[in-house]
Ligand binder design. Structure first.
Ligand code: BGC
Length: 458
């Protein structure tokens, strides 16, 4: 491997530690909740508040991150975010009641919201063009690894009787690693050039690319930057020609969240307890298998995405997720007849569900929003899609336990299955195949009014 490519991998790897924190801090609540709800005697609504506080914070973070990263630079914002991660973690771990915990998790959520926007942006701006796809997908892989690590931590702490505070506190380690690692990383050439710091930008580019390519890349950044100044306003975001891309971005995020992924990520041990893994330890152990499958199938997806294309994976994944949810709901519907079998059907269908998510909606939703917007408006459009992702996530997390109480467990899972089928129809009708298409071709199609589904056609 060339020296310059190695440098790009190291840079992206360190920055993707932000993805790991995103995964860890959203996943850790699943096992911790079993202990927190006992210690603070929480009702279903109060549990939902503890889980969802992170999501409100993330919405705030995602909303403001566009402006702050443009103003202060990507590197500085990631550095500060690492500190906020550490601070929010300690706050939540020290909480003496539900309100303190909710505030700590809110602060933590802000860091997650900023990271979910800023890390992929940093990586995509620092990556040599030929490696961009793989390096951006590294972030989703790190999210799933973060979730898995959080499940292992929950498992170990439950076994050793260390309790939920230690579970949370483990999140300080990757936060410090991100902070220290980031101190040694460069600012992105694109941001430096936007502040007319061209000489510094050139130094960074020379480390990332062979010298002749570095000069060409600098020229290209300067050209797009000129166009961006002319076009990238908020009004452009609402321009009719851009509407199909906005609908696809927000639509894919709605489908990613409303098919219930985070009821599994945040509440897996709770669901496993409902299904008959009664002890905290067995419920958390079953959850670790969910985390492992999530990581493995994300790797499978990254390998297939450029070969098979996005749409076949999305179709397969959505139908598979819906079928698994129908089975999971059915298992709870026939609870009394199934007896001891219930928990095995529950774990089987949840693993199938997560595998189908991980090869489709998990990576593809984030990948699509980095592909379908014209360069000049990408930052703003991506932050709209990111914000909507957290908004939908919030609504689902906030309502899961209450829906379970009103509709019953079968009703809740069947409802998500129905959304999956509707999502499948939406993807078939509106989502374009973007495999191997240049961003310029997509932009041209958008501007000439080509239907959403055909945006990837050349
Ligand atoms: C989603 C998260 C989810 C994670 C699970 C991400 O793509 O945006 O909401 O928790 O995947 O792996």
């Amino acid at each position: 491997m060339q020296q310059t490519s190695k440098f790009a991998y190291v840079v992206a790897g360190v920055a993707a530690m932000g993805g790991l924190l995103f995964g860890f801090d959203t996943g850790v609540i699943s096992g911790a909740l079993l202990f927190i709800r006992q210690e603070f005697a929480l009702s279903a609504l109060q549990q939902e508040i503890v889980v969802s506080a992170v999501l409100i914070g993330a919405m705030l973070g995602a909303f403001f991150s566009g402006q702050v990263t443009d103003r202060f630079g990507r590197k500085k914002v990631v550095l500060i975010t690492a500190l906020v991660f550490a601070f929010g973690t300690i706050w939540a771990a020290m909480a003496q009641n539900m309100i303190g915990l909710a505030y700590g998790r809110l602060v933590l959520g802000m860091a997650i919201g900023v990271a979910s926007f800023c890390v992929p942006l940093y990586i995509s701006e620092i990556s040599p063009p030929a490696m961009r796809g793989a390096l951006v997908s590294l972030n989703q892989l790190m999210i799933t690894i973060g979730i898995l690590v959080s499940y292992f931590v929950d498992d170990a702490c439950a076994r050793l009787g260390l309790g939920w505070r230690v579970m949370f506190l483990c999140g300080v380690v990757p936060a410090i690693a991100l902070f220290v690692g980031m101190l040694f990383l460069p600012e992105t050439p694109r941001w430096l050039m936007s502040k007319s710091r061209d000489a510094e930008a050139m130094n960074v580019l020379k480390k990332l690319l062979p010298s002749d390519e570095a000069a060409a890349e600098a020229a290209m950044i300067r050209q797009t930057m000129g166009e961006a100044e002319n076009q990238g306003t908020l009004r452009d975001l609402l321009a009719p020609w851009l509407r199909p891309a906005l609908i696809i971005g927000v639509g894919i995020m709605l489908i990613q969240q409303a098919t219930g992924i985070n009821t599994v990520i945040y509440y897996a041990p709770t669901i496993f307890q409902m299904a008959g893994f009664t002890s905290e330890i067995s419920a958390i152990t079953a959850t670790v298998s969910v985390g492992i499958i999530n990581v493995l199938f994300t790797i499978v997806s990254i390998r297939l995405i450029d070969r098979l294309g996005r749409k076949p994976l999305l179709s397969f994944g959505l139908l598979g997720m819906s079928a698994s949810l129908v089975v999971l709901g059915g298992a709870f519907f026939f609870e009394t007849q199934l007896g001891g079998l219930l928990k095995w059907i529950a774990i089987g269908s949840m693993l199938a569900y997560i595998a189908c998510f991980a090869i489709s909606l998990g990576p593809i939703a984030w990948l699509l929003i980095s592909e379908i917007y014209p360069t000049t408006i990408r930052g703003k459009a991506m932050s709209v899609a990111t914000l909507s992702n957290w908004g939908f996530n919030f609504v689902v997390a906030m309502t899961f336990l209450s829906i379970t109480e009103t509709l019953g467990k079968p009703g809740a899972f069947w409802l998500y299955a129905l959304v999956g089928v509707a999502g499948w129809v939406f993807c078939r009708r509106y989502v374009p195949e973007t495999r191997g298409v240049t961003l310029e071709a997509i932009e041209h199609n958008l501007k000439t009014g080509v239907p959403a589904k055909d945006l990837g056609k050349v």
